[in-house]
Write a protein that binds this ligand. Structure first.
Ligand code: NAD
Length: 331
């Protein structure tokens, strides 16, 4: 039998629990051996459900010989330090987005990989593995839309317990859009403006306008407390047509003169297949000593865009995004 990747998971909340279950049920090349969470009872029950055990600390989990590679699914502020520790231990990492809260912290992860002379980190920008997003990118790459001029993104949660203020809406939620746009267009963001119809308290929703290096413009609405459900859409508009990723609406009912379809509120359920494909690609690449998907550099650049986005929300002006030269490790 071929070797399995022994995985340790830090953080057993919504994402960590989902990742543990997906690795156990849907990724034959991986086996969850350890889980750590500040809530030790939770870590124990999540680990034992898949035949693993709880670790006493994140440091112990990273050092554990029963752990080949690490999934980081603890809160955003813990990501950079954990990723740097895993790199120091020579272990592959799937780090949930964002790579860090600040660009400076994300840069520490990049610098650690450059110093090590190899990549270890995949950032959990799962949309890169979502079949719908992959299909959408295909219609950009194959030229059927002509020259792409505009993108429009919508990202709404029914409610959100992790993006709870002006800045974390950008660094924790809108950061998905920043990576998605860079990846879809294979280009860099050069400018961003972020506005909100709300002037006091938590400024939710926010609308970003982004400018890409090749000239395309993008609008991105992120609404963390949209109440009605989870809703992610993107439309690409080109000189030859448009393509849009619509929400999944499996059944439309027409009853008593009314048409309706259901809208779920669970982001894990919405993107579950993308998480499975992401974890499977990560496990296979880690066993081969490779990194696929979004790299630490991609995570860092997304944090740079987010930093300019937060500055723009405060200034009300278009802010520049200056991406430094990419280290050779990532080119
Ligand atoms: N890729 C995606 O689509 C996606 C979606 C949601 C969340 N996320 C990211 O996943 C991460 C987890 O989010 P969540 O929704 O599961 O949050 P959550 O609040 O449900 O879970 C976080 C867990 O981390 C634990 N924890 C807190 N501090 C810790 C520490 N220092 N060390 C270890 N564990 C600690 C908590 O006890 C909790 O169980 C966040 O970084 C979030 O941004 C990604």
């Amino acid at each position: 039998m071929s070797r399995k990747l022994k995985v340790g998971v830090v953080g057993a909340g919504a994402m960590g629990t989902s990742h543990v279950a997906t690795l156990a049920a849907g990724v034959p090349s991986a086996q969850v051996t350890r889980v750590f969470d500040m809530d030790t009872a939770r870590a124990k029950s999540v680990a034992e459900a898949v035949g693993g055990g709880a670790s006493d600390s994140a440091e112990a989990l990273i050092a554990d010989p029963e752990v080949d590679a690490i999934v980081i699914a603890s809160p955003d502020f813990t990501h950079a330090d954990l990723a740097v520790a895993a790199i120091a231990a020579g272990k592959h990492v799937l780090c949930e987005k964002p790579l860090a809260v600040t660009a400076e912290d994300a840069r520490r992860v990049v610098d650690a990989e450059v110093a090590a002379g190899r990549q270890f980190v995949q950032v959990g920008f799962n949309r890169r593995f979502d079949p719908g997003f992959v299909d959408l990118k295909g219609s950009i790459v194959d030229g059927s839309l002509g020259d792409v001029r505009l993108l429009h993104g919508i990202h709404r949660n029914a409610s959100n317990t992790t993006s709870t203020d002006d800045a974390t809406l950008v660094t924790g939620s809108m950061i998905h859009e920043f990576d998605t746009f860079r990846w879809l267009l294979d280009d860099e963001v050069v400018g961003i403006r972020v506005e909100s119809p709300i002037s006091e308290g938590f400024r939710d929703p926010q609308i970003a306008t982004l400018w890409m290096a090749a000239g395309q413009m993008i609008t991105a609405e992120v609404y963390c407390n949209a109440a009605y459900g989870y809703d992610v859409r993107v439309e690409v508009v080109g000189s030859g047509g448009s393509a849009s990723l619509e929400p999944r609406t499996p059944v439309v009912r027409r009853i008593a003169g009314q048409g309706s379809s259901s809208i779920g509120s669970d982001f894990v359920a919405h993107f579950i297949e993308s998480y499975r494909l992401e974890l499977a690609a990560w496990a296979d690449a880690s066993l081969a000593g490779d990194v696929v998907g979004a790299t630490a550099w991609d995570g860092y650049v997304a944090n740079l865009v987010a930093a300019s986005g937060v500055a723009a929300l405060h200034s009300g002006a278009r802010e520049a995004v200056d991406v430094p030269e990419c280290p050779g490790l990532y080119t």
